[in-house]
Design a protein around this ligand. Structure first.
Ligand SMILES: Nc1nc2c(ncn2[C@@H]2O[C@H](COP(=O)(O)OP(=O)(O)OP(=O)(O)O)[C@@H](O)[C@H]2O)c(=O)[nH]1
Ligand SMILES: [Mg+2]
Length: 229
């Protein structure tokens, strides 16, 4: 007779549980996400020691949906059909047993036509400031709808972060809503975005088809736990 299995023991790090794949462990880690705070302006952002990862991109690109998919939580980040929905920086803590070992930042999208010009400029300044000055910013995930490609505003943002990327900050472009592309469109979008991102890391992502989800989770784990890379 075999004894019943005991309760699963939480792993301190993904590597601690040898039975599961690194991707599955990274997904378990992502699932620990919880709301930390919302900051309408930079000065309201809390200071913390954990590595931070920012999700940036045009309005409606799918940033909030991507965070919900990665964290396997339906309504952690507010996703909406109405562009311009995320209007403040929302932070989410990650880490097992209540210990925060990374923070995700959902940033408001840019480029939404209906936003008054003064607000747009104010927001671009806030964003540039955040990306240039946030000390513990470890990585940036830029989300881009491949049907529009990387736009002028995405290029400006790439320029803003270039010095930090050259200094070691991690960077990934996710081509979202990949479920809307056929295979040849997807391949074409990938090669164009790779060129535009200066040979940087570009992946297809679909919340709907769950494409690229586990790889992205693992990537974010590795960025924030370089000792495990
Ligand atoms: N088909 C498809 N639709 C998606 C996917 N990801 C997001 N969407 C849709 O795209 C719309 C915008 O998604 P959000 O996640 O709110 O976009 P956002 O980038 O956070 O937008 P802002 O907060 O306005 O900057 C919603 O209607 C989502 O359902 C995807 O992978 N596939
Ligand atoms: Mg959003």
């Amino acid at each position: 007779m075999t004894s019943p299995p005991g309760p699963p023991r939480p792993a301190a790090t993904p590597a601690a549980n040898s039975a599961a794949t690194p991707e599955a462990l990274a997904m378990g880690w992502m699932h620990t996400a919880r709301f930390l705070t919302t900051a309408p302006r930079l000065e309201f952002l809390p200071v913390h020691d954990a590595p931070e990862i920012a999700f940036v991109g045009r309005s409606n690109a799918g940033k909030s949906t991507c965070i919900n998919t990665l964290t396997q939580q339906k309504r952690l980040a507010f996703a909406s059909k109405t562009p311009g929905r995320t209007q403040a920086i929302n932070l989410f803590s990650l880490g097992k047993q209540g210990i925060t070992d990374a923070v995700l930042a959902d940033l408001p999208g840019y480029g939404y036509a209906a936003v008054p010009k003064a607000d747009k400029i104010r927001w671009q300044e806030v964003m540039a400031n955040y990306l240039m000055t946030r000390d513990n910013l470890k990585g940036v995930v830029m989300l881009c709808d491949p049907r529009h490609g990387l736009t002028e505003l995405d290029d400006i943002l790439l320029e803003v972060i270039r010095p930090r990327v050259e200094a070691g900050m991690r960077f990934l472009v996710l081509l979202t809503k990949a479920d809307k592309l056929n295979r040849s469109e997807a391949n074409k979008a990938l090669s164009i975005a790779r060129l535009q991102a200066g040979g940087g890391d570009v992946k297809l992502f679909s919340a709907l088809k769950r494409q690229g989800v586990e790889e992205t989770a693992l990537r974010l784990w590795q960025w924030t736990h370089p000792e495990t890379e």
